[in-house]
Write a protein that binds this ligand. Sequence first.
Ligand SMILES: Nc1nc2c(c(=O)[nH]1)N[C@H]1C(S)=C(S)[C@@H](COP(=O)(O)O)O[C@H]1N2
Ligand SMILES: [Mo]
Length: 430
Amino acid sequence: MNDKEQGLTNTQTEKEIKSKGRRHFLKQGSKTVGVIVAASAAALQNATAQVAAPEWMRQPGSLPKGYGQPSKFEEKVQRVWGSGYATVSPGTGASRTPLQSLNGSITPSGLHFERHHNGIPEIDPEKHELIIHGMVRQPLVFSVQDLLRYPMVSRVHFIECAGNSGGNTLASAPLQNVQAIHGLFSNTEWTGIPLSLLLTEAGVDPQASWMLAEGADAAAMSRSFPLSKGMNDAFLALYQNGERIRPEQGYPLRLLLPGYQGNMNVKWLRRLKVTNEPTHTKDETSKYTNLLPDGKAHQFPFVLGVKSIITHPSGETTMPGKGFYEISGLAWSGVGRIVKVEVSTNGGLNWQEAKLDGQAHSKAAVRFRYPWNWTESPAILQSRATDEEGNIQPSRASWTAIYSPANRFHNNMIQSWSIAADGGVNNVYA
Ligand SMILES: Nc1nc2c(c(=O)[nH]1)N[C@H]1C(S)=C(S)[C@@H](COP(=O)(O)O)O[C@H]1N2
Ligand SMILES: [Mo]
């Protein structure tokens, strides 16, 4: 709704609807798209009857709760948990964000995707400690209370698992929805302490060049990262979307390495070691490498590529008839800000620029929107993002040319959704 429409009082709105009809009203109110969804004639005739109070206006509502929950009518909006290793290693697997049900750019904390290597530890913040040691002048130990006293920064950043969109690297297109294919992706406002501050306090040895981060879960998940990242934009997140970080996301403390593959954002962080070489932990030798056509692999492919996904409409939904649709989705890049997203409705023959809605933060998701009139003819929807360094999201053909057919990681190729004449939307390779 635009400002003009919001500026009307209720009485004016009612009068306007009654005298001119909703169709005319919307046309006036929203010049760019014209009639959006016209009310039926029957509904207009019933307008007076609808002014009568509905049942929920005839009695007092319920009392507030200490901690709010979504409407019970939205109960179907859920993460979906999947595990290929449940019998070998309980608590190991991933749950995916329902991107098809969300709008805006921030992922609600309760719907942030999860990837656990050995379940979610229940950590008492009174007993948890962070150790910084290795090639430092002064090893340091912090309680959570100590950490909460440091100056903090708030940054919006995405986390994307390196295996996100892996299904679309298979030989044929999986018939799945956007959640199943691309749901290992979430975008959050994180608040915490710049790592450079704590490293400066510890006094880093000039010979040091790498760091190791270790989690306090049963998997003791550990990753090496360059010291330069630690001194640049890395931070230790204590808050997620304004409240203390959720257990699933690493309570009480997680490492945030903006733009780096999800795995490196070590949750339940307990130890940081300053080193002069990568530690080659179990989590970074066989896994999280990208296989190339000649059988060699890229090790430490940290930065995630420029990418965008149309979430509305998307796979396994049905378009209810011809007319106006807002094509919208999310775009992000591990190297910086998104500057442009283009949309194609004919499988990449023509591209039009979408509108970026809200602020495009660095290494964060931005929502894009593109108004479209569907004529009920078959179509293929695609989006293509460009970041501030001029990187353009690759086509399927150019992405597959880089990697081995067996590589499942770092898939940032353009996604195609086909729309059939009957309105059915499906994942396709194009
Ligand atoms: N300690 C620890 N950190 C971890 C993991 C883990 O299992 N243990 N999983 C990693 C992986 S593979 C990903 S993709 C991200 C997922 O973060 P999320 O669960 O908050 O979405 O956390 C990373 N950090
Ligand atoms: Mo991951």
